[in-house]
Design a protein around this ligand. Structure first.
Ligand code: ADP
Ligand code: TRP
Length: 327
């Protein structure tokens, strides 16, 4: 079974990214042939600063490696190091109906939330984003694609595009399956909405202790006094986050104390700070070690690119030949 997923290099990693995307990907390394890449071509649809793209790409690579991605168990590369994906994206675009792309939630949301005069920011790359994503997946004969719920429609599009291509040109592509973990589908942010960079409600995993404390203390709570019982304790954001980073008995004990009364939100937040800090302690240490070796990340990505290229070149040759390109 070949498992493939892409990660956008879009800045500092938060608890939502970690529990929603990174941890499932790291765990899946054990279950098959894992192909993971950093989607730097995709980031061009929204980020136009070259230095930041390089910085974020390196950062996300370090984050993944520090959290347990093992380059011996998986192929880990930078998308743009295997440029055949852009060629495949073109082939696929010629079998992709405009209507399919016009129905994409991600594109429709961008259009709907556009500030006045911002239409220029909606580039063709953004519209064609799902085609490049289909190329990422199909170029490696992927069977399973672990993604968050927000990416489900992109996977359906990939399946449609692959089916269309196969009908026209013969059985060239493997049809992939999405793998969506409902249990960690949505990690709440400090204001109770989905944790997301675009809402400014994130808790970063590799931040210093002072900033972490500031973020955790700012988690939204109601004004009930410590003495009051809180029968809805399971709805408390700090409790929900504590369940992710603390041993189960610690989190359920805290939840019960909150429910019974006599425990304030400040106590829950203090416990969350402690457990959040210690949960990532080993990864933090490892990240510092890896970051101190300037050649390490590049050597992992270069080796990954060479291995990914070996697979990609066979698939692109198959696709080109099927549609009558070349001799
Ligand atoms: P953001 O919303 O902060 O911009 P991204 O859209 O870049 O995050 O998400 C990167 C990955 O992390 C995706 O696979 C996404 O499904 C996952 N993810 C992001 N936020 C959450 C969250 N709050 N809960 C669960 N998964 C999340
Ligand atoms: N669109 C995905 C996201 O924003 C990232 C991505 C790009 C991806 N190409 C992919 C995910 C291929 C899975 C497979 O999270």
């Amino acid at each position: 079974m070949r498992i493939l997923t892409g990660i956008q290099p879009s800045g500092v990693l938060h608890l939502g990214n970690y529990f929603g995307a990174m941890l499932p990907a790291i765990e899946l390394q054990q279950q098959g042939e894992a192909f993971y890449f950093i989607a730097d071509y995709h980031s061009m649809t929204s980020l136009t600063d070259p230095a930041r793209r390089r910085e974020y790409t390196r950062d996300v690579a370090l984050d993944f490696l520090a959290c347990g991605l093992d380059p011996k168990r998986c192929i880990f590369w930078r998308q743009s190091d295997v440029p055949a994906v852009t060629e495949l994206s073109w082939l696929l675009s010629t079998v992709t109906p405009m209507g399919l792309l016009e129905r994409a939630h991600s594109y429709k949301d961008k259009m709907a939330n556009l500030a006045e005069g911002d239409i220029e920011k909606v580039n063709h790359g953004l519209f064609a984003y799902p085609v490049l994503m289909a190329a990422d997946i199909l170029l490696f004969d992927s069977n399973v694609v672990p993604v968050g719920r927000d990416q489900k429609q992109h996977l359906e599009m990939t399946r449609d595009i692959a089916g269309k291509f196969n009908t026209l040109y013969g059985e060239v592509f493997v049809i992939p399956e999405p793998r969506i973990r409902e249990s960690v589908a949505v990690v709440p942010g400090t204001d109770g909405r989905k944790m997301s960079k675009s809402y400014g409600n994130t808790i970063e995993i590799f931040t210093d202790e002072k900033s972490l404390k500031k973020k955790i203390m700012a988690i939204k709570t109601d004004s009930r006094l410590p003495a009051e019982p809180k029968p809805d304790a399971d709805q408390n954001i700090a409790i929900q986050l504590l369940k992710l980073v603390a041993p189960a008995e610690v989190a359920s004990d805290m939840e019960n104390r909150l429910r019974a009364g006599g425990t304030g939100y400040g106590d829950v937040k203090k416990a969350l700070l402690e457990h959040c800090w210690s949960y990532f302690a080993a990864a933090r240490q490892r990240r510092a070690e890896l970051a101190a070796d300037p050649g390490y990340v590049e050597s992992v990505l270069a080796e990954g690119a060479a291995r990914a290229e070996a697979v990609a070149s066979r698939v692109i040759a198959r696709a080109r030949s099927a549609c009558g390109l070349g001799k």
